[in-house]
Design a protein around this ligand. Structure first.
Ligand code: NAD
Length: 503
């Protein structure tokens, strides 16, 4: 039996329960349909076949979930950090035990290739372990004595929070947002993306099996405009951690204004990979390809704009074109597949519309530029060359396996092009000149920059973007800064004079 067939057989077993029950909400420890009874259909992008029904929730379900989170908050917040640590490590253990189920369901739901998704489940477990270990010290503050006062600071969890996640790598991203919230002592209402609901359901079940008290983590499925919106407007929800498109972030900020929501945004990107002629060009080529064509290009940190120095552009682009044409597009459950289908038809149509845009812009389609097959949302890995930075294909986030290549002559030009964009999530710089690397990264407008490297995440480092790519940072202690309030308490150390009004 082929690896693909064996994975399909296993998947069929794992999907059984979703076919039977659909994807239910999870509120106060109970699996529940939407209060209205409404559902929507979930299909796989692999062959457009129906997977299951999903609860289509509205403001009433969000209200029930927010109340549950509010009720569970005092006990969870008061729990000894060491206890929270133990529970969160158990969550990680169970994620590892069910990594295969998570990975297969995620691939079928999203079209992501198994070669990347098997690691995403393990990375999700790592997120839990990382923040579990920091839970006991999350409240620690500083001692800032003054002549008359012993000033101390402490941190307290902000309260019940809303977490809204997108459909690209939904499992990993959910763990990345929810693990620190729980470690901080917050309770959670999670609204996953409507296009990829399966693994969010597995995750909340795993968490309760691991001993998480009922109501600490609530799951509400549904669309952004009703369930998502209601979550951002709910008065009991103190903060919204959001990952998704920049324009959705802007909507959420408006929706949360009346209740003064604290917001944390991880948004879109159109990230430059800048290749100078003194770089290790073979490694730069591998990294540039990996960072745009892995995860179907549906990756916020993808290197979607290649800026290559004109002195080496011809040879670099020739090798790049050959490699792009050799990328293996196929069934996501086939371990050999490098690029799977795009998440759904609307997104597929959007990505494909850029093929015409590229022609209209006057660029060259050097590779790809077409659909593959006539079932499922498969797109050929695509390379646009001869582009300039003012073209639509260089300015807009395409969010597919599509790379726009631009040439430059000087370092000043490269910097100007790299920064001439509304986004600022990541940047990748390839050069062997250390002084140039220091100068260039200092001036590059991005929240995260890698020099002579692809994106290699290290969880203690800050993650987030500038400009239209986000507000706030995750990772390390930055996550706790978002999910907690810092408090100052001053204790008088003597009888300092107090101004005596009216005495
Ligand atoms: P999206 O903004 O369309 O949806 C994200 C989530 O927001 C979904 O759960 C959706 O239901 C919800 N939503 C939509 N409208 C809402 C509203 N009015 N109120 C509340 N919630 C609402 O994004 P997407 O298409 O699912 O994901 C792709 C985008 O996410 C890309 O732009 C990508 O760059 C970005 N992304 C960013 C990061 C990062 O870390 N910066 C990571 C992954 C994805």
């Amino acid at each position: 039996m082929s690896d693909l067939q064996s994975n399909l057989d296993k998947l069929s077993g794992y999907l059984e329960r979703f076919r039977r029950d659909g994807v239910l909400n999870h509120i106060a420890g109970e699996a529940r349909p939407a209060l209205s009874g409404a559902t929507f259909d979930n299909a796989t992008p692999v062959d457009e076949s129906h997977i299951c029904k999903v609860a289509r929730s509205d403001a009433a379900d969000i209200d029930a979930a927010a109340r549950a989170a509010k009720q569970a908050f005092p006990a969870w917040a008061a729990m000894d950090g060491k206890e929270r640590k133990k529970i969160l490590h158990r969550v990680a253990d169970l994620i590892v035990e069910r990594a295969e189920e998570i990975a297969l369901c995620e691939c079928w739901d999203t079209g992501q290739a198994l070669r990347f998704m098997s690691k995403a489940a393990l990375r999700g477990a790592e997120n839990f372990r990382f923040f579990a270990d920091r839970a006991p010290a999350a409240r620690d503050g500083q001692m800032l004595p003054s002549p008359t006062l012993m000033n101390v600071t402490t941190r307290v969890p902000i309260g019940p929070v809303g977490v809204i996640t997108p459909w690209n790598t939904p499992f990993m991203l959910s763990t990345w947002k929810i693990a620190p919230a729980l470690a901080a002592g917050c309770t959670v209402v999670h609204k996953p993306a409507e296009f990829s609901p399966l693994t969010a359901r597995l995750l909340v079940e795993i968490a309760e099996e691991a001993g998480l008290p009922k109501g600490v983590w609530n799951l509400v499925n549904g669309f952004g405009e009703d369930a998502g919106r209601a979550l951002t407007e709910h008065p009991d929800i103190k903060a919204i951690a959001f990952v998704g498109e920049s324009r959705t972030g802007s909507m959420i900020m408006k929706q949360g204004a009346d209740t003064l929501k604290r917001v944390h945004f991880e948004l879109g990107g159109k990230n430059p990979v800048v290749v100078f002629d003194d770089a290790d060009l073979d490694r730069a080529l591998d990294a540039a390809i990996f960072m745009i064509y892995s995860l179907n290009g549906e990756r916020c940190t993808s290197s979607s704009r290649l800026l290559v120095q004109s002195t080496v552009a011809d040879q670099f682009l020739e090798k790049l074109t050959a490699r792009v044409n050799s990328i293996r597009v196929g069934h996501p459950l086939d371990p050999k597949t490098e690029v799977g289908p795009l998440i759904h038809k609307t997104h597929f149509d959007k990505v494909c519309s850029y093929f015409d845009t590229a022609r209209e812009n006057g660029a060259t389609i050097a590779a790809g530029g077409a659909r593959i097959g006539d079932t499922g949302w498969f797109v050929a890995p695509t390379l646009f060359t001869g582009a300039s930075n003012d073209m639509t294909i260089a300015q807009e986030e395409i969010f597919g396996p599509v790379l726009t290549a631009i040439t430059f002559d000087t370092e000043e030009q490269a910097l100007a092009i790299a920064n001439d964009i509304p986004y600022g999530l990541t940047g990748y710089v390839w050069t062997s000149d250390l002084t140039r690397a220091l100068r260039f990264t200092n001036a590059l407008e991005a929240g995260m920059i890698w020099v002579n490297s692809e994106n290699v995440r290290h969880l203690p480092t800050p993650f987030g973007g500038v400009k239209a790519s986000g507000i706030g940072r995750d990772g390390g202690d930055w996550s706790f800064e978002f999910y907690m309030e810092t408090k100052h308490i001053g204790f008088a150390t003597g009888q300092h004079p107090i101004p005596r009004l009216g005495a």
